[in-house]
Write a protein that binds this ligand. Structure first.
Ligand SMILES: Cc1cc2nc3c(=O)[nH]c(=O)nc-3n(C[C@H](O)[C@H](O)[C@H](O)COP(=O)(O)OP(=O)(O)OC[C@H]3O[C@@H](n4cnc5c(N)ncnc54)[C@H](O)[C@@H]3O)c2cc1C
Length: 433
């Protein structure tokens, strides 16, 4: 019996939509299945969309896509319970097209991308929670939903971080995500009149501001990073929490979010703003969260489902990798459709494209950072040390270097970090970053 489609994609997030657009543009009979009532309805990002991975399929996409603001500056910093220290990076190139990054709200962008996939000729069906992949021995031959099987020689899994369709299968034999590579993202959206927002963040129309903080405001051992991004007339505020670091501490994610919002460096930004949305989602990031393979007989896996998201307390990038890996998989699927060969050997083209597009190199590089990024001292002791030294120095810049050193030693004792630990962490950081 002939197959229903050439390619079936599960999940209309950034990865699935980008792949569907490319496949339909390439003439493949493409089915994109999404469990949400609309593409984007179940998706959550901070979210800054970095880079230009969409250019190949949608030239000058930022002019038509419902993006919020183009980012013109980024603030990085550390918070402690009573202090904040940060620096701001800006670059004139960020203010001009094609821009380097855009603030986005996924409910809008993903719905738009899914529409583009439809316009290109893909069949997009929402409100369809796929139950499982249709395994025929070691081969995947489409998907099963509500007792019905839909077949295609190639199935592309883009079902996000908590990829239920791959967990406990040959793609990810472990039925659970690895605890050391799983984070919890929490986000709230606050409405603020456009003019107030632009005045408060010193922005011109359509310009956006991004800030990311090491949130050293929690009990020692809790590891979290906070973000604040400006949209057209809302602010996206959130936390990325290392889940393992919460265990046994008697802390709850919603309380941590409240604490973050109440910090003076953050609360002033929210003055007069109204909470309009909130959500939470798992993030499965880095090399340690990769599946057993990125392709096999009749299947490929892209985006978050393949662990292609980089996150630490200060930075989170996954949408750009979702698009890039979705497109790489689409190219491999097009080659497989043309040659009528969905074998693993043919789909190995996907791995070659992951290599040539720099994705694999990036994630190998991040592996070093993955090893050091969840060091609890970076999230409490060091922010406290740095801000205490700065507080003394800025209050009295004429202080001698000897006094400064004494102050550093006092703070070091106060936060309980030995000199050996300090030097060891420094070496570790230099070696791995
Ligand atoms: C709080 C937070 C902040 C973030 N901030 C940023 C940021 O600022 N910048 C950035 O680049 N990245 C950010 N990320 C990461 C980014 O959101 C992800 O990397 C990106 O969404 C991955 O896209 P994806 O298409 O692979 O997966 P997703 O966007 O998760 O899409 C998966 C899709 O699959 C669908 N699906 C799942 N299971 C099924 C099923 N069984 N049947 C049918 N459909 C299914 C889902 O409904 C969803 O639409 C953030 C993440 C979080 C949680």
């Amino acid at each position: 019996m002939p197959d229903d489609f050439d390619v079936i994609i599960v999940g209309a997030g950034m990865a699935g939509c980008a792949a569907a657009i490319r496949l339909a543009q390439g003439g493949a009979r493409t089915l994109l299945l999404e469990r949400g009532a609309e593409a984007g309805a179940k998706n959550l990002s901070g979210g800054i969309l970095w880079g230009h991975d969409l250019d190949g399929i949608l030239p000058r996409w930022w002019e038509e896509m419902p993006v919020e603001r183009h980012i013109v500056r980024k603030r990085f910093g550390v918070l402690t319970p009573e202090r904040a220290a940060s620096f701001v990076f800006s670059d004139p190139a960020w203010t001009k097209p094609p821009y380097v990054a855009h603030a986005v709200l996924r409910a809008r962008t993903d719905a738009w991308l899914a529409k583009k996939a439809e316009e290109a000729g893909a069949t997009v069906v929402t409100s369809v929670p796929v139950d499982r992949l249709n395994w025929e021995g070691t081969k995947v031959h489409g998907v099963v939903q509500g007792g019905e099987t839909m077949t295609a020689p190639v199935t592309l899994l883009c079902d996000g971080a908590n990829s239920r369709l791959s967990l406990g299968t040959p793609i990810r034999p472990n039925p659970r995500l690895p605890a050391d590579a799983t984070e919890l993202g929490i986000k709230e959206v606050y409405r603020l009149p456009r003019e107030t927002l632009e005045e408060r963040f010193q922005l011109s129309p359509h310009e956006g501001h991004a800030e990311e903080w090491i949130a050293g405001i929690y009990p020692p051992g809790v590891m979290a990073g906070g973000f604040l991004y400006t949209n057209e007339d809302t602010i996206s505020l959130g936390l990325i929490l290392n889940i393992g670091s919460l265990f046994g501490k008697g802390v709850y994610s919603h309380d941590l979010m409240e604490q973050f919002k109440l910090h003076p460096a953050i609360s002033a930004r929210l003055d007069g703003a109204e909470l309009v949305e909130y959500g939470a989602k798992l993030i499965s990031s880095g090399w340690a969260s990769r599946p057993s393979a990125w392709h096999g007989e009749g299947w490929m896996v892209a985006g978050d489902a393949a662990g292609f998201v980089f996150s630490n307390g200060l930075v989170i990038q996954g949408m750009n990798y979702a698009v890039r890996t979705g497109l790489a998989a689409a190219e491999a699927a097009l080659a497989s459709t043309a040659s009528k060969d969905p074998s693993a050997a043919q789909l190995a083209e996907y791995d070659r494209r992951l290599e040539s597009s720099g994705v694999v190199a990036d994630f190998r590089d991040f592996e070093g950072l993955d090893r050091v990024k969840w060091n609890p001292r970076f999230y409490s002791a060091y922010p406290r040390m740095a801000t205490a030294v700065l507080a003394g120095f800025l209050a009295d810049p004429s202080e001698s270097s000897g006094t400064l050193l004494h102050r550093l030693r006092d703070v070091q004792k106060e936060v309980g970090v030995s000199l050996r630990g300090l030097v060891g962490d420094g070496i570790d950081l230099v070696r791995n970053v």
